[in-house]
Design a protein around this ligand. Structure first.
Ligand SMILES: Nc1nc2c(c(=O)[nH]1)N[C@H]1C(S)=C(S)[C@@H](COP(=O)(O)O)O[C@H]1N2
Ligand SMILES: [Mo]
Length: 202
């Protein structure tokens, strides 16, 4: 079998065959659904900031202008929503969490992501490092639309997409895991789509 060029996914362990890129219980969509719990916040870049807080000596805050000056990366990845749609080969541009953590000394093992509107989601810190997570501000070459989390959202493609917090404003570094919004409402604490970790107990 001819193996296509490895564009369209970041998971280095995943084969390029599209069928093999679809986690169990998922189906591929061509459109890009919008899933938001509650109202869509209107966030103005002029007043937007991103803050690293919690288990660090001093919290760090970037304004929109400062954030855009950080080294950016282009990311192509597959995304998987727990409601069963997957979208293959989505294109993003943003700042790696590794970049934000450069020079930051922390004993934290967990992160709670905070958003405008009050949404939260929790992740192990190691899932945000080693080139596996970004704060994305462009989608397919255009500024991220408000519905999809603009001006900026977390992008963690290897976990169910509810972990990719829209309208992101802060990453709180924590010594202990603290469940976020969906994780407190019956959804899995970790959310690996390849293990179908949809709900608590899966
Ligand atoms: N702030 C915030 N982020 C969020 C959500 C939300 O309701 N609020 N929904 C999550 C869920 S359940 C999914 S599937 C994705 C949907 O992203 P999309 O609307 O860009 O498809 O965003 C995630 N991030
Ligand atoms: Mo979702």
């Amino acid at each position: 079998m001819e193996v296509p060029a490895t564009r369209g996914f970041t998971g280095r362990r995943r084969p390029a065959d599209p069928e093999a890129r679809i986690p169990p219980g998922q189906h591929v969509v061509a459109d890009f659904p919008v899933l938001t719990a509650g109202a869509t916040p209107q966030v103005r870049p002029e007043t937007w900031t991103l803050t690293l807080s919690g288990e660090i000596d001093e919290s760090v805050t970037w304004t929109w202008g400062e954030f855009l000056e950080l080294p950016n990366e282009d990311v192509t990845c597959d995304i998987h929503c727990v409601t069963s749609w997957s979208k293959l080969g989505t294109g993003w541009r943003g700042v790696a969490i590794d970049t934000l953590l450069e020079g930051v000394d922390t004993a934290a093992d967990f992160v709670l992501a905070h958003c405008d509107g009050g949404y939260t989601t929790n992740l192990p810190l190691e899932d945000l490092t080693d080139g596996r997570a970004w704060i994305a501000h462009e989608y397919e070459g255009s500024p991220l639309s408000t519905d999809h989390g603009g001006p900026a959202r977390l992008l963690v493609p290897h976990l169910y997409f509810w972990k990719s917090a829209k309208w992101i404003r802060g990453l709180q570094l924590l010594a202990e895991d603290q469940p976020g919004f969906w994780e407190s409402n019956g959804y899995h604490d970790y959310g690996d789509p390849w293990l179908e970790q949809r709900y608590q107990g899966d």
